[in-house]
Structure formats: C-alpha cells, structure tokens
Design a protein around this ligand. Structure first.
Ligand code: GDP
Ligand code: MG
Length: 172
C-alpha cells in the first residue's frame, strides 16, 4: 500500500481540525484545542486501489510559522482552508500558496485544493462564492465549499487532493 501525504493549512479557527476529524472519525468537534498539531491516517480506495492517507493537521497562526514547519516540506499535497465567515482568512490564501510553492521549490506544480469551510453559516457569510471561484481559477486549482459540521463535501476535498497527489506521484 502506498502513502499519500496531505497537509491541512490555513488561518487559525477556519476548521482545519474539524474537517480532518470529521473525515477520519466521522464526528464534529465543537472545540478542538487550537494549538494542537497532529497527524491522522485513513485508508481509502481510489479506482479499486487502496492507499494510506497521512494527514497533517497544522496549527500556528503567525505568518511565517508555515515556512518554518519542516513537516510541511514532506506534504505531497495541500488542502488550503479559509472560513467563509472570515474574510481575513480568505485574504491569506494567496500568501499561503506562495509560501507552499517556495517550500516545495516549485513554481506551480504542487497539488493544492482551495476550501471555503463553514458553509452552514450562510447568514454570516463574508466571502462570496464567486470571488473564491475566481481565485481558484486563477491558480488553476480545484475549489470546494465545505462544512465540517454537516459533513458537506468533506470526503470530496480529501479525495480530490488524494487523486491529484496520486496522479503526480504514481503516474500510470
Ligand atoms: P482550526 O484552528 O483551523 O483547526 O479550527 P477548528 O477546527 O479548531 O475550528 C474552530 C472553531 O470553528 C471550532 O469551534 C469548530 O467547532 C468551528 N467549526 C469548524 N468547522 C466548522 C463548520 O464547518 N461549521 C461551523 N458552524 N463551525 C465550524
Ligand atoms: Mg486546529
């Protein structure tokens, strides 16, 4: 069985841990310790083949914490999360993406999926769907809105990034 390594990154409080725990354990965590950085594993089947997903749920809010994080260098692909009710977390997406590309010493060829989480909180929305779609299009990355609370699109984002990594690491 081959390994696919996913790092979950983004601003503090956007739901990185909630999405990861929902994907791995099928439950919604209302309050996960914000400073905990942890790794999780889940076995998945993609096109009849079994893969082990290694998921690094990152923590740390300072701007440069990601760059210094040696774990991230080992990430094969990245789920780049913001919260649809927190515009600042969306503004950070291009910066975080640039840092990832710098860490990976690539100009564009790193598997990345952009994710707007907390879609269940529609009434508090601060980030329009269309502006996020435009950003993702400009980066040529897949884009999803999700809810860790309702489990909306949670499997989809992990399978999407897993497929991108597989296609790159294990081309047929
Ligand atoms: P992290 O710092 O990015 O790991 O964020 P957490 O996963 O710890 O989530 C921060 C807070 O937002 C917690 O209180 C979560 O319960 C809440 N939260 C996370 N995802 C969602 C979501 O999709 N919907 C709602 N309503 N709350 C969420
Ligand atoms: Mg967390």
């Amino acid at each position: 069985m081959s390994d696919l390594k996913i790092a979950v990154v983004g601003g503090g409080g956007v739901g990185k841990s909630a999405l990861t725990v929902q994907f791995v354990h099928s439950k919604f965590l209302a309050d996960y310790e914000p400073t905990i950085e942890d790794s999780f594993r889940r076995q998945v089947k993609i096109d009849e083949k079994v893969w082990m997903l290694h998921i690094l749920d990152t923590a740390g809010q300072e701007e440069f914490s990601i760059v210094n994080d040696t774990h991230l260098r080992k990430g094969d692909g990245f789920l780049l999360i913001y919260s649809i009710i927190d515009f600042a977390s969306f503004s950070e997406i291009p910066k975080i993406r640039s840092k990832i590309l710098m860490i990976k010493e690539e100009t564009s060829n790193v598997p990345i999926v952009i994710v707007g989480n907390k879609s269940d909180l529609e009434k508090q929305r601060k980030v329009h769907l269309s502006e996020a779609q435009d950003l993702a299009k400009s980066f040529q990355t897949p884009f999803f809105e999700t809810s860790a609370k309702t489990r909306y699109n949670v499997d989809e984002i992990f399978f999407s990034i897993a497929r991108m990594i597989r296609n790159q690491k294990f081309p047929e």
